[in-house]
Write a protein that binds this ligand. Structure first.
Ligand code: ASP
Ligand code: MG
Length: 412
């Protein structure tokens, strides 16, 4: 039997009525002859509520209990979805992560999937079950306790099941009808893409486009899982949504496919550090140990053996970064005159696989920003991406101007 994975996000299972609508979609695929593995999120808002209860009870919570609590939202939707399907005469059964068992690492609250044995579920399909409904976001660690995969982790559950079972496709049902050239809320010309390459999606997801968890895209790319993002609120249509696929399946590669942004960035500068071998390690080692997610790094010109080191990180990690640096200074590991935090910056990035073979994208991006009078504070590039830090108040203007300049409203 050909097999599909269908994942329904929180808004698609927010009420019993929506669960019924989702179940109907599953029924349509079953009627076509597919076995279906349905992955469900918790009902919209449920995980946030559970995280809130944990924080209120114990601010420095034990991560094992955090996982036991926040994984429970998915258990409810998995059971409800199975019951709804049974009511429609579709043979269905629910599975919690440990029952599969979806085996993960021991990193509670941020576990990674290690293995998904297929025998349990395959045996049930062989007995006539047509739909396995699996609670997303959760698994079981080597200590035998429930783990979770990090916020948004049901996407990763879905892709991992698609890879393990060799699914024909993995459909991710959400509340938007696909992946856009940029966020339609800040740029009305944003266009839905019919197809996007894994690598582009990976950049967009990690740059702040929230439609898929970054890890799910990594997995899909590694195992070549055909991934489709589509809305559960629109009519069923086999060509709907955006297909995330190998670049070979895309005829016309865009030079630039999308503009991404991330609002809550901070730029930090260590003023006057000694420019000597080992200094970067002495700075970024303690930052990493303190759990600071450093993104961009710039070491400035050195004068008389001293230099300024600039890096960016999320705004809510500034305090932690300052403390890590102060501690390293007190311990004599580094020496600097001052540390300056600019918490009013945003990151804007252009992404496109065609950049590999087209020169001039960076020059064009900088010209567009300069024409708008926007000052660039830090620049980083990769093979298929250029990111800049700018004042947050110009972020929307920058996104719109870049979208216009690269004519993203037009299909390639
Ligand atoms: N319910 C979990 C969350 O909100 C996992 C998910 O929906 O992907 O993060
Ligand atoms: Mg999600």
């Amino acid at each position: 039997m050909p097999l599909l994975v269908m994942k329904f996000g929180g808004t698609s299972v927010a009420t019993l009525d929506r669960i019924r609508r989702a179940a109907k979609r599953v029924g349509v695929e079953v009627a076509k002859g597919y076995d279906v593995i349905v992955i469900v999120s918790a009902m919209a808002g449920e995980t946030n509520k559970l995280v809130g209860l944990v924080n209120e009870t114990s601010p420095l919570f034990d991560a094992r209990e955090y996982d036991a609590i926040v994984s429970s939202g998915e258990n409810v939707t998995a059971g409800l979805m199975a019951l709804t399907l049974q009511e429609m005469d579709v043979p269905a059964r629910s599975w919690q992560g440990w029952q599969v068992p979806l085996k993960t690492t021991n990193a509670h609250a941020a576990a990674r999937i290690v293995e998904i044995p297929t025998d349990n579920i395959s045996a049930k399909f062989a007995e006539g079950m047509q739909v396995a409904v699996v609670a997303g976001f959760q698994g079981i660690g080597p200590d035998g306790r429930v783990t979770t995969l990090g916020r948004g982790g049901s996407d990763t559950t879905a892709v991992a099941f698609a890879a393990a079972f060799g699914a024909e496709r993995c459909d991710i049902y959400t509340d938007v009808d696909g992946v856009y050239t940029t966020d339609p809320r800040i740029c009305e010309k944003a266009r839905k893409l019919d197809k996007i390459a894994f690598e582009e999606m990976l950049e967009l997801a990690s740059l702040g486009a929230k439609v898929l968890q970054t890890r799910s895209v990594e997995l899909a790319m590694r195992y070549n899982v055909k991934l489709r993002v589509l809305s559960s609120f629109e009519e069923m249509d086999d060509a709907a949504g955006t297909l995330v696929c190998d670049e070979d399946e895309i005829m016309e590669l865009n030079v630039v496919s999308g503009v991404a942004y991330s609002r809550d960035e901070a730029k930090m500068t260590l003023i006057s550090v000694a420019d000597r071998p080992g200094i970067a390690a002495a700075i970024f080692g303690p930052l990493s140990e303190a759990g600071v997610n450093v993104d961009m790094i710039v070491q400035n010109i050195s004068e008389e053996g001293r230099t300024d080191m600039t890096f960016s990180c999320p705004t809510d990690q500034v305090k932690r970064a300052e403390k890590a640096m102060a501690d390293a200074k007190a311990a004599g590991a580094i020496n600097f005159h001052d540390i300056v935090a600019d918490t009013g910056v945003a990151k804007v990035s252009v992404v496109g696989i065609g950049m590999r073979s087209h020169a001039g994208v960076a020059a064009k991006m900088f010209k567009v920003l300069s024409d708008e009078g926007i000052n660039i504070k830090v620049i980083t590039t990769s093979e298929i991406k250029i990111s800049v830090l700018i004042d947050r108040k110009y972020m929307e203007l920058a996104v719109q101007a870049l979208h216009d300049a690269f004519e993203l409203e037009k299909a390639a």
